[in-house]
Design a protein around this ligand. Sequence first.
Ligand code: HEM
Length: 457
Amino acid sequence: MKIRLSRPAGKTSAVRHMIGKPNAMVNSAASLPPTTTLLDLMRLAGGIAGEVIRHPRTFSVRTVFRKWARHAAARRGSANLVLNFGVKRILLVGGSELSKAILDARPSPGGITMGEAKRKGMSFLAPHALTISDGAEWERLRAFNEGVLEPGRPHEHERVFLGHVLAAFETPIRDINGIRAAMSRSMLGIVFGGKAPAWLADDVQTLVGLVQNPVKRRIMGFSGRRRRERFYAALRDLWRDPAAVRTASLLGVAHRSATARPAGDETLLLEQLPHWMFTFTGSGTDLVARALTLILSDADVRRRVETELEGTGALEEPATIRDLALVEACLIEGAHLFPPVTKTFHCAPAGASVAGVVIPPGMEVLHSFPLVAESDATEVRRFRPERWLESGRVTSGFDPFLGGARGCPGRSIILHVSKAALAVMIGRQRLTLDGVTLKTDDLPLEFPRRGVAFRPA
Ligand code: HEM
């Protein structure tokens, strides 16, 4: 993938010219995607109002926005769009080619880096989090994160981690909050070897709520900062506790690798931990809950999953979990239909041209994963996990953890955790649905926000 940096926004630059005339095409290979108009914005406002009137209790602005963006882009024959909100313009990535090209780039301040919205939010919790760093700091922290998370291979503590997950999911699960609580217990075991207080998991969830919501962040000002201080004080105590850092845990591996090869000061390293924590109760819980609901909604897939589970060895054996190809394909398909991470933000401070698209200097780039997935879709929304299976193995056709330089380094851990969780809930607890059932041959655009419940046998 080639990224060409634009000239800094000089008076005569092509980029500047195009911003003035949004729909203009330039003769060079790269061009700015078409720009929305006031009429489009009015259509969007009308769509939202109509949805609120039709479904006052269950309306989803996100669904309206996705449909609107898809139509606005299709009308202009482009997968990508510049959303013109008057005071602000945002480049919306809806096409897989541009998406891949942006994600392939190593984050650097002179090329493509994370967007302002993401940086502002995340720096409240962890100014040095890998996900908002770039350049030399990102390279160093990425190596540290990979050293601890061990992506692409079974983790050195996989067996211990599996023990934590099986114990956490022993309690019968009745709803998505039950899954979240079990994922939270799994996280405390995997990240801290069970040495951390349970409130630390609640704290990280509250703090992530503030990361995602700038208004709440402002309202909670002082108490939010106090909670963050308490959170880091507890992390620091654990980092300095010889018994905690001796456990077979991510904390233990992090401490060992920081001692062997200093990667930075203590604060910088501690700021890597929140990301390892909140994903279990956030996107990890979404991933598991959606796959479970889909499997239980589809009699045929459920029967095939049960057959796979009956034909394997003890769930305590990491290899058993690794070999659950259909269960893994169900997780991937669930994420394909209902992505647990729906968006990310980038920008090119000096401007760039990527995959034939001009990114003007500083313009926020919004990546919409559902739109990208839909741009490649050729059929109705149907739950078909077998589309990711070839000769009994999972193919790499779709990756909810993203590829490219910034791909998720926690992928192998969370997939193992999620497969084990599903194996327990379906194979041992024999859960059935006790609420919403999904129509798996014609699925909605959004996973239901309420009403999903389970009944143990
Ligand atoms: C279902 C669960 C998960 C999903 C869907 C997921 C997905 C993703 C995605 C899409 C990104 C890229 C984000 C972006 O560029 O804006 C990412 C990054 C990352 N993920 Fe995950 N993740 C999950 C679980 C985990 C877990 C369990 C860990 C650690 C234990 C983890 C650690 C990270 C880190 C450190 C990054 C930042 C990578 C970088 O910026 O170089 N993730 N993840």
